[in-house]
Design a protein around this ligand. Structure first.
Ligand code: NAG
Ligand code: NAG
Ligand code: NAG
Ligand code: NAG
Length: 396
């Protein structure tokens, strides 16, 4: 198929550039004004790790061609696609960096850091080392991963994996708009309830929060290894590493480890234990004992003693927890644990609080309103959670 990709925008952006070229074969990492990248030609990154070119996905011998960034020298593995829903977007002058980033720069601007557009801001299903999953708070860009529809169809599929919200960041896998898995919020060391994203001999997970951006990323320990983080078309979140020996991608880590990772498996105030098995938190009982006995835990638990806001409610500390969903940062920052407690106590719909160091300031007061959802027992590295209880439960 003689499909050519003409860089019209490049011409617009860089029409005053002095250097023009009519080269027919592209061998460098830079495409200059008036150059055309034709199907069959590729643009190769300076370190020979990635290439930009046209491909047909999966085993399809179809005439569907996509423009994407692929690993060079291994069987077709796509890390980014320009036109995943069949529409070629306007691209302009280009440079393919060796970390797999496609960057458009103005020529002769003398600014080697600045760019007009970069593919790293528009993630498809793959996060590469140095790519950021999260938020650019300056321009409002939300960078998140979306699965392919199927192995042969890179169009936007059902699953998305994102870091949200920026105030109390969690990792969330959704199928459509429904949450399937959730880990968080970030507690200064890990995403609450996840042991999978720890430093290991191959990659180092990193979380970074500043006034300008909040993101998750990872670094590769050995730069010669190929590693990528993907959301599969079946909704699994996996780290893959290229194995030279077996000539295939090997799964290193799958974030979903057991059924306690399924969203809200134990219902409100239920606590999930490996097994899996749901138990009500101390001071709570099954909402429907009949369902609970039938191992249908979704109805969750209710209080043994009803709250009476303003009449002796207090807090009980639960240790070793995966923190619940729907957390909020207290309006005033820099509170002590005691101050955080009194903020929560002063609002009758505040059901729990804790102090964790989300943003690297030393500690953030985090509050939960209404029912507490999606907790699990996490004895080896969980967080403390202070839950509002009736006076009858205090001091037990
Ligand atoms: C992309 O294609 C998928 C599947 O065909 C569709 O569900 C989705 O709405 C499309 N997205 C856009 C932005 O067109
Ligand atoms: C976060 O990013 C900023 C700016 O890029 C950098 O200076 C800082 O060292 C990073 N912090 C961490 C913990 O990586
Ligand atoms: C936070 O608290 C510390 C210690 O109490 C204090 O030194 C610091 O100035 C406070 N920061 C802000 C922004 O209030
Ligand atoms: C309690 O907090 C919630 C959530 O911030 C807020 O909507 C509500 O107005 C507060 N109630 C009171 C009485 O302050």
């Amino acid at each position: 198929m003689a499909f050519s990709f003409f860089l019209t925008f490049c011409y617009l952006w860089l029409s005053s550039a002095s250097q023009t070229s009519t080269a027919a074969t592209v061998v460098s990492d830079t495409l200059r004004p008036n150059q055309v990248l034709k199907d069959g030609q590729t643009l190769v990154s300076s370190g020979q790790r990635f290439e930009l070119g046209f491909f047909s996905p999966g085993s399809s011998s179809s005439s569907n061609r996509y423009l994407g960034i692929l690993y060079k020298n291994i069987p077709l593995t796509v890390v980014w696609i320009a036109n995943r829903n069949n529409s070629i977007r306007g691209l302009s002058g280009s440079l393919l960096l060796d970390n797999g980033n496609l960057v458009f720069r103005e020529e002769n601007s003398g600014d080697s850091e600045g760019y007009i557009w970069q593919s790293f801001d528009y993630i498809t299903d793959t996060l590469l080392p140095d790519m950021k999953l999260g938020w650019n708070l300056k321009n409002g860009l939300h960078m998140y991963m979306r699965s392919w529809s199927s192995a042969n169809d890179p169009s936007v599929g059902e699953f998305s994996f994102s870091l949200d919200p920026p105030e109390t960041p969690q990792l969330v896998l959704r199928k459509g708009t429904q949450k399937r898995n959730r880990w968080g919020p970030w507690d200064g060391v890990r995403f609450s309830g996840s042991a999978a994203l720890r430093s290991n001999p191959v990659f180092i997970p990193m979380f970074n929060s500043s006034i300008e951006e909040v993101y998750y990323t990872f670094k590769i320990v050995d730069q010669s290894l190929l590693s990528r983080f993907v959301v599969t078309q079946d909704g699994l979140i996996q780290y893959l590493q290229w194995s030279k020996n077996s000539n295939e991608w090997a799964i290193m880590v799958t974030l979903q480890r057991d059924s306690c990772d399924s969203y809200m498996v134990c219902g409100p105030y239920g606590n999930c234990y490996d097994g899996p098995k749901c138990e009500c938190l101390n001071g709570f009982r099954p909402k429907s004992p009949v369902d609970w006995a039938r191992v249908d835990w979704s109805g969750g638990c209710v209080r043994k003693w009803e709250l009476d806001c303003g009449n002796g409610d207090g807090f009980v500390k639960y240790g070793g927890m995966k923190l619940p969903d729907n957390s909020h940062l207290a309006a005033s920052r820099n509170l002590s644990l005691e101050e955080c407690k009194s903020v929560c106590l002063g609002n009758c719909s505040c059901m729990a609080f804790t102090m964790i160091d989300i943003h690297g300031n030393g500690g953030d007061c985090v509050l939960w309103f209404d029912d507490l959802l999606d907790m699990r027992d996490f004895s080896g590295g969980g967080d403390d959670l202070y839950i509002r209880m009736a006076k009858e439960e205090l001091g037990k």
